[in-house]
Write a protein that binds this ligand. Structure first.
Ligand code: B12
Ligand code: SF4
Ligand code: SF4
Length: 345
C-alpha cells in the first residue's frame, strides 16, 4: 500500500518541483474567495458559475477523498528574446497539451504510477480538476502573494497540476517562504489596465491575458486596447516586476520546437501569415484562441503594432486593410490606420 511519502518522492523523481496532499474538504473555503471576487466585481459573476464545483468536489467525483497537488517549474526554459513581453511564458512552454514535452509525459507517467498502485485517480490537464492555487496553499507547497500567484522558494514561474485520489491521505509541506513586504505594491502599480486592483484581487475581464485570449474580441471598441502594449497572447507583467522573481528565470533548457516557432511569431509574420500556417502551427501551440477564430492572432498583432509603431509596419498594415481575406482583420487594420491618423491609400 502506497504511503504519502512514496507519492511525494515519485512526483519529485518525475521532475515536479513540489508536491503535497490535502483532503478534499480543504477546498470548501475556496468558495468564499469566489464570493469575495464577485462582491468586488459583480459583473464577473457569470464567469464564476462553474468554478463553485472546484470547492465541492463530491458533486462530480463522489469517490474522491484527497488531492495531490504538484508544482512544475517552467522558469528553466529558454525564451527567445523577440517573444518576451509579447507572449506569456507559461503559454510558450505549455506542458499541459504538448505531448512532445517531458512535462506532459511525466504527468502521464505519474497518473500511471498511481493507477498501477491501485489508486483511483482523475486529473484535468487543461484547466485543472479543482482550484489549483487554493489546493497549493493548503498543501503548503507555496504561498499566494498580492499578485495572486503561487510562489515556491523559486518564485512564481511554476504551474500547478492536481490529481484527485480515492484515498484519505495528507502531506502538508512546511515552508518558510517570506510573505510580501507590507508596503510593496509594485505589481499593483505596474498593471497597465488596473486589473490587479488591490492585493489578492483582480478583474479577469480587464486583464490583458484575458483580453488577448478569451475576451476582447473587437479591439477597435475595447477601452483597454491602447493599454495592452505589445502583448499578443497572455501577460506576465505583474510577475516580471516582482522582487521575489528577481533572477528566478534560469534559461537552461530548450522547450520542444520553441525556437522554430519564434520565426512565425514576429508581429509582421503573424499579420501576413497564411491562415493554414496559423491553424496548423500557431494555434496548435497557442490554443486558447479557437481554430475557427484564428484571425484573432492577426488583430492582436495589429494592436501590438499600433502600440509600438515603427514605420516598417506601415506597408503591412495597409496591405492587411485591403487584402486580408478576413473582414475582422481588414477592419482592425483600417482602425489602426485611423488611430495612426493615416489613410490607407
Ligand atoms: C480562470 C483562470 C485564468 C483566467 C482568470 C484569472 C483569475 N485569476 O481568475 C485568465 C484567462 C485571465 C487567466 C490568466 C492567467 N493565468 Co490562469 N488560471 C485560471 C484558472 C483556470 C482558475 C483561476 C481561478 O480559480 N480564479 C478565481 C480566483 C478567485 O481564484 P485564484 O485565481 O485561484 O486566486 C486565489 C488567490 O487569490 C487566493 N487568495 C485570495 N485572497 C487571498 C488572501 C490570502 C491572505 C491568501 C493566502 C490567499 C488568497 O485564493 C484564491 C483562490 O484559490 C487557474 C487553474 C485552476 N484550476 O485553478 C489558472 C491559473 C491561475 N493560471 C495560471 C497562469 C500562469 C496564468 C497567466 C500568468 C498566463 C499568462 N502568462 O498570461 C495569466 C495571469 C493572469 C493573472 N494576473 O492572474 C496559473 C498560475 C500559476 C501560479 N504560479 O500561480 C494557474 C494556477 C494554472 C496552472 N495550471 O498552474 N487565468
Ligand atoms: S497579467 Fe497583466 S493585465 Fe493581468 S493582472 Fe497581471 S499585469 Fe495586470
Ligand atoms: S510585487 Fe511586491 S506586493 Fe506584488 S507580489 Fe511581489 S512582493 Fe508582493
Amino acid at each position: 500500500m502506497l504511503k504519502e511519502v512514496d507519492i511525494v518522492l515519485k512526483a519529485k523523481e518525475l521532475g515536479y518541483e513540489q508536491c503535497g496532499i490535502v483532503h478534499i474538504e480543504e477546498m470548501k473555503a475556496y468558495a468564499k474567495k469566489l464570493d469575495e471576487r464577485i462582491e468586488k466585481f459583480p459583473e464577473l459573476a457569470n464567469h464564476f458559475d462553474d468554478f463553485y464545483e472546484f470547492a465541492d468536489i463530491k458533486v462530480n467525483y463522489p469517490w474522491a477523498k484527497s488531492i495531490i497537488i504538484c508544482s512544475r517549474w517552467y522558469g528553466k526554459y529558454l525564451i527567445p528574446d523577440s517573444l518576451k513581453g509579447r507572449f506569456g511564458k507559461y503559454y510558450l512552454t505549455d506542458g499541459r497539451v504538448d505531448i512532445n514535452s517531458k512535462d506532459y509525459q511525466d504527468s502521464l507517467e505519474f497518473e500511471r504510477y498511481l493507477k498501477e498502485n491501485g489508486i483511483e485517480t482523475k486529473t484535468e490537464r487543461k484547466f485543472g480538476v479543482t482550484a489549483l492555487r487554493w489546493a497549493a496553499v493548503k498543501a503548503g507547497i507555496g504561498i499566494v502573494r498580492k499578485n495572486n500567484f503561487i510562489y515556491t522558494d523559486n518564485g512564481s514561474w511554476n504551474y500547478l497540476e492536481a490529481f484527485l485520489i480515492d484515498r484519505k491521505l495528507e502531506y502538508v509541506v512546511e515552508n518558510s517562504i517570506k510573505s510580501c513586504p507590507p508596503n510593496c505594491k509594485l505589481c499593483i502599480d505596474s498593471c497597465p489596465t488596473k486589473s490587479l486592483a488591490e492585493p489578492y484581487m483582480m478583474n479577469r475581464s480587464t486583464c490583458i491575458s484575458c483580453l488577448t485570449t478569451w475576451e476582447g474580441w473587437d479591439l477597435t471598441k475595447e477601452p483597454n486596447s491602447r493599454k495592452m502594449g505589445e502583448w499578443v497572447y497572455g501577460c506576465d507583467i505583474c510577475q516580471d516586476v516582482c522582487p521575489f522573481n528577481r533572477n528566478s528565470w534560469n534559461e537552461i533548457e530548450e522547450f520542444p520546437e520553441l525556437s522554430k516557432l519564434e520565426q512565425k511569431l514576429s508581429l509582421e509574420q503573424i499579420v501576413i501569415a497564411d491562415y493554414d500556417v496559423l491553424s496548423e502551427i500557431v494555434q496548435t501551440k497557442l490554443w486558447y484562441i479557437p481554430v475557427d477564430k484564428i484571425w484573432r492572432f492577426k488583430t492582436n498583432a495589429l494592436n501590438a503594432m499600433l502600440n509600438s509603431f515603427k514605420p516598417d509596419y506601415l506597408r503591412i498594415i495597409q496591405d492587411a486593410s485591403k487584402k486580408d481575406p478576413n473582414k475582422n482583420v481588414r477592419d482592425m487594420a483600417k482602425w489602426v490606420l485611423t488611430q495612426l491618423k493615416l489613410n490607407n491609400d
